[in-house]
Design a protein around this ligand. Structure first.
Ligand SMILES: Nc1nc2c(ncn2[C@@H]2O[C@H](COP(=O)(O)OP(=O)(O)OP(=O)(O)O)[C@@H](O)[C@H]2O)c(=O)[nH]1
Ligand SMILES: [Mg+2]
Length: 582
């Protein structure tokens, strides 16, 4: 295939020897969708044309809530445009683009829009003023005359992903299909959480080279920042196979004050590099989007062919059966939820018991080792209290390690069995949808569930949670009381700290797995409901379409079927075109 030019409806925007994307593929797909009145696909094509077709790309800031995504974007544009705060704030997607005039357009879900002053963004963007998006905002489009944006960069702020704010998480996840490049914002404290790992997992499948930032480093010592960075690099490599990620330790807070600290200059350099090489990002995205839209279009065309080929009554009957199944599945899913929740509780209790047994068995040993270590403290000349707390870590780590060794195989087995059973039951209902639609498309959508559901336990133990606490009294005492006496006074506190360290880390492991399973279950269930709803809508509109054709007689049906088959082969060849190049 010869290098071609990506073209938008409006004309060509760039020529690049490396671009080997089918010429105007999105434009062709849009024409087909228009012809078939598939408005949701037309809208998607238009959005892509408006973005990639004009030589721009979405740089999306993703991460757990409160990591400083909005603050970071503010720092990049050099002013406080996006609301930030100490409680979860962002509830809506905001896209910041170049514009001569400073303005914000509120794009509503019903297609309408209104223009507001930048000072009023908080009324629509925040959880406080627009909880769970009661104002039905699709996204906010903010225009600013910034030179950075003028180069074709769209900065996208997203609601934080978390298990606590489901509606926000959903908003962000739905936006993932419009992601061209990503900055994953991670916090320094605690390093990489469950929710953040989820974000990385999502992102990895979408963009070639996500950028990672560890934000708020102004809050930590250089030493801790280095530890967090090493730890994050380790996880990215071990768990996601990301060998040399672009990772920057930064402070958005200092960035917005114009202070260049830590890796801020390097981070800006990276963004500059992305913008300079935007054709690569755009090319990748264009290809992925073309494939995704082609596949959706093929499914819809098949649905129309089916509706035209069979008696209308058959399609209507299918819709009725599917509606009934939807009702039934609501109950089924709820019951499945209860049943599996109590199963999950049972597993937790079993593991809790094992943990107690483990502690009882090792109590004397742990206490003995502590006494020995403490005796050595008395001969140590270090004056810092923190030193003694930290000196307990290897001991705690040893016992946490022992517990892990003992329990890991068992936990893996419990949860594997658990998730396999859940998925089996769940797939049964998915197959019933397939029976009605007479294809495998619905259960295929849930094929990958197993990987989704079953957490690999090793994951969680890279992170040995550490925390040093010294009571205010001890800090003050530290100034006046001689070291040895002070240590004796601290003995109980040190011992409690060590026990807590062992206990909390042992329990955390099970807590994390449980949390992850609950999250997966919720996501699978919500996804299932959404998809059935969507399927029903599509089938109803296929009925409408088929009724119209059928009212015009046999010849029209025959002609339309021929047309559809021809269109289908064009879409297939567009899809093949993108496959050849990938
Ligand atoms: N010390 C420090 N605080 C920061 C930094 N960046 C952000 N913050 C603070 O962290 C809090 C959260 O910042 P936001 O920018 O609202 O975080 P967010 O990720 O957009 O949060 P959500 O929108 O709720 O997902 C605010 O109080 C910020 O002032 C930083 O670099 N250093
Ligand atoms: Mg925010």
């Amino acid at each position: 295939m010869t290098p071609a030019t990506i073209r938008s409806a409006g004309g060509e925007f760039m020529q690049n020897e490396k671009l080997v994307v089918e010429e105007g593929a999105i434009f062709k797909l849009k024409e087909i969708a228009q012809r078939l009145r598939l408005d949701f696909i037309v809208r998607e094509c238009e959005e892509v044309e408006g973005r990639l077709g004009s030589g721009s790309f979405n740089l999306v800031f993703l991460g757990q809530y409160k990591r400083g995504k909005s603050s970071l974007i503010n720092a990049l544009i050099g002013e406080q445009i996006l609301p930030t705060g100490v409680t979860p704030v962002t509830a809506i997607i905001s896209i910041i683009k170049y514009g001569e005039n400073r303005v914000c357009t509120v794009r509503k879900q019903d297609g309408s829009s209104e223009t507001i002053d930048l000072e009023n963004i908080y009324l629509f963007a925040t959880q406080e003023h627009n909880p769970d998006n009661v104002k039905n905002v699709d996204y906010l489009e903010i225009r600013l005359p910034s030179p950075l944006l003028k180069r074709g960069l769209f900065l996208v702020d997203t609601p934080g992903i978390s298990s606590v704010f489901e509606s926000n998480t959903k908003t962000t996840k739905e936006f993932l299909q419009s992601v061209d490049a990503v900055v994953v914002v991670i916090g320094v404290d605690p390093p990489i959480s469950y929710d953040e790992l989820e974000v990385v997992k999502e992102v990895k499948g979408i963009v070639r080279e996500p950028v990672f930032v560890i934000n708020k480093v102004d809050k930590e010592s250089r030493e801790s920042v280095e530890t967090v960075k090493r730890f994050t690099l380790d996880i990215l490599k071990k768990e996601f196979g990301i060998e040399r990620p672009a990772i920057f330790c930064i402070s958005a807070k200092e960035g917005i004050m114009g202070k260049v600290s830590y890796d801020w200059a390097e981070f800006l350099g990276k963004i500059d590099e992305m913008v300079s090489n935007k054709s690569l990002i755009i090319e990748d995205s264009y290809k992925n989007t073309t494939q995704r839209i082609s596949r959706r279009l093929l499914t819809e065309i098949d649905r129309l062919i089916q509706a035209l080929s069979e008696p209308l009554e058959n399609t209507k009957l299918k819709v009725e059966r599917l509606s009934a199944l939807r009702e039934e599945s609501e109950i089924f899913i709820r019951e499945l939820g209860y049943r599996f929740q109590s199963e999950q509780d049972r597993i937790s209790q079993l593991i809790d018991l094992e943990q107690k047994k483990f502690f009882d068995e090792h109590r004397a040993e742990i206490d003995g080792e502590f006494e020995k270590l403490f005796a050595s403290f008395l001969n140590n000349s270090n004056e810092s209290n923190e030193y003694y707390y930290k000196a307990l870590h290897p001991l705690a780590e040893k016992y946490v390690g022992l517990w892990m060794e003992k329990i890991k195989g068992k936990v893996d087995m419990y949860y594997r069995e658990f998730s396999e059973r859940y998925i089996r039951e769940f797939m049964e209902i998915a197959h019933r949808v397939d029976e009605i639609t007479q294809d495998n498309s619905f259960s295929n959508l849930f094929e990958g569930l197993k990987g989704e559901m079953y957490p690999r336990s090793e994951f969680y133990f890279h992170h040995f949670m550490r925390y040093t606490s010294t009571s205010p009294f001890m800090v003050i005492a530290g100034v006046f009381i001689p070291r040895k006496r002070r240590l004796m006074m601290m003995k109980k506190e040190l011992k409690d700290y060590m026990d807590w360290l062992i206990y909390a880390n042992c329990s955390r492991y099970i807590g994390d797995i449980n949390q992850r399973i609950i999250e997966s279950r919720r996501r699978i269930e919500a996804d299932f409901k959404d998809r059935i709803q969507f399927l029903l809508e599509r089938m109803n509109s296929a009925i409408e379409y088929a009724s119209l054709m059928k009212s015009e007689g046999e010849a029209r049906i025959k002609g339309e079927l021929e047309n559809l088959r021809y269109i289908r082969s064009s879409v297939e060849s567009i899809l093949r075109g993108t496959n050849v190049q990938s």
